[in-house]
Design a protein around this ligand. Structure first.
Ligand SMILES: NC(=O)c1ccc[n+]([C@@H]2O[C@H](COP(=O)([O-])OP(=O)(O)OC[C@H]3O[C@@H](n4cnc5c(N)ncnc54)[C@H](O)[C@@H]3O)[C@@H](O)[C@H]2O)c1
Length: 320
């Protein structure tokens, strides 16, 4: 599968980062959202990811010299220069500018007529995603692959009746795609086998800021593999807190220091977005009919109040 131009619909948390990863791999990307302000916000996010990467690379040598200094070792100028040469930035400011320039914003589907691959990353609602996929179905070239970044919805239902149904599949990136390499790839009932294998091959050839991407094939099922396990963990953490067993901070601390998790469930929930966590929990409950997936009332209340985690400045924790 050759991807000479890609499209991303939804310039939010995931869409902007997916666009950046594609552009980082040399692919021109058109990034669409509903209005100009949201597109601009998405493009600013892309620039933010790139700036972070450049700052990381440019700061590595100075950090290393400072770290050695803290050990009580004073490096000579020649030794410092050797560290600087060894840790010279792998991503230059010029290359970063090229990445930024590869992503163009749009509010129109007219710019999607020549893309080879689209990833939609709009709200986790079937009706919203259906609207986007139907619009894309009209404008995409026949050969284009239509990827959905859905965390939990049925690909078969999202693709139902589309001309592009045989080339529609889930390409589920993880947050943040710039550093987490996993992509779950799942076809629906009508997805062609060659579309699944070629998408896996395509993703295998990409890398994010830290690692080569790791695409895995998953059978279509609610929430795929990671969220099928992870969302009940976050939800259960809410029940444990609500029953008064421990505070959110102590539950996070417990799972980090006792279970080897790099982030606690409340920290992770705030990073993912509590609306997304709730939507996935509801989908798991609805699709499986299994009461073990019922979302906790306290999670629902935070979402009702608009406290969605880091993106709104407050969730389980306050970031203001
Ligand atoms: N946040 C996560 O951790 C995470 C991880 C993996 C997958 N996902 C999935 O990615 C998708 C997007 O999630 P997010 O967290 O980026 O959401 P988000 O709310 O940050 O961004 C969604 C964006 O889609 C835009 N949008 C909505 N309707 C649109 C339309 N009709 N046309 C164009 N743009 C539209 C919104 O304006 C918004 O900018 C969801 O399906 C979610 O389940 C999220």
């Amino acid at each position: 599968m050759r991807v000479e131009k890609a499209g991303v619909v939804g310039a939010g948390t995931m869409g902007a980062a997916i666009a950046e990863v594609l552009a980082f791999n040399g692919i021109p990307v058109v990034l669409k959202d509903v209005d100009a302000a949201l597109v601009e916000r998405g493009l600013a996010r892309v620039r933010g990811f790139v700036d972070e990467l450049v700052a990381f690379h440019e700061g590595r040598a100075a950090k290393e010299i400072a770290r050695i200094g803290e050990l009580g070792v004073t490096l000579t100028e020649a030794q410092q220069e050797a560290v600087r040469t060894h840790l010279k930035p792998k991503v230059s400011r010029a290359r970063a500018e090229e990445v930024v320039a590869r992503v163009t914003g749009s509010t129109s589907y007219d710019d999607f007529g020549d893309v080879d691959l689209v990833v939609e990353a709009v709200f986790e609602r079937t009706e919203v995603k259906r609207g986007v996929l139907e619009a894309l179905d009209h404008v995409l070239p026949e050969h284009a692959v239509l990827g959905t970044n859905t965390s939990s919805l049925s690909v078969s239902r999202l693709a139902r009746g589309l001309v592009h149904a045989p080339s529609t599949l889930a390409v589920h990136f993880f947050n943040p795609p710039t550093t987490l390499p996993l992509v779950e790839v799942a076809g629906g009932v009508d997805t062609r086998e060659d579309v699944v294998t070629e998408t896996l091959d395509f993703l295998q050839g990409l890398r994010n800021h830290r690692y080569p991407l790791v695409p895995i094939r998953v059978r279509e099922s609610p929430a795929f593999v990671v969220n099928r396990i992870l969302i009940p963990v976050l939800n259960e953490a809410c029940f444990v807190r609500d029953e008064g067993l421990a505070s959110a901070r102590d539950i996070d601390l417990a799972l980090k220091t006792g279970a080897g998790m790099p982030m606690g469930p409340f920290e992770l929930g705030d990073m993912i977005g509590l609306d997304v966590v709730l939507e996935v929990a509801e989908t798991l409950q609805r699709e499986t009919g299994d009461p073990k997936f019922r979302p906790s009332v306290s999670l629902r209340r935070l979402v009702d109040a608009g406290h969605l985690g880091r993106k709104t400045g407050r969730g389980f924790y306050d970031y203001s």
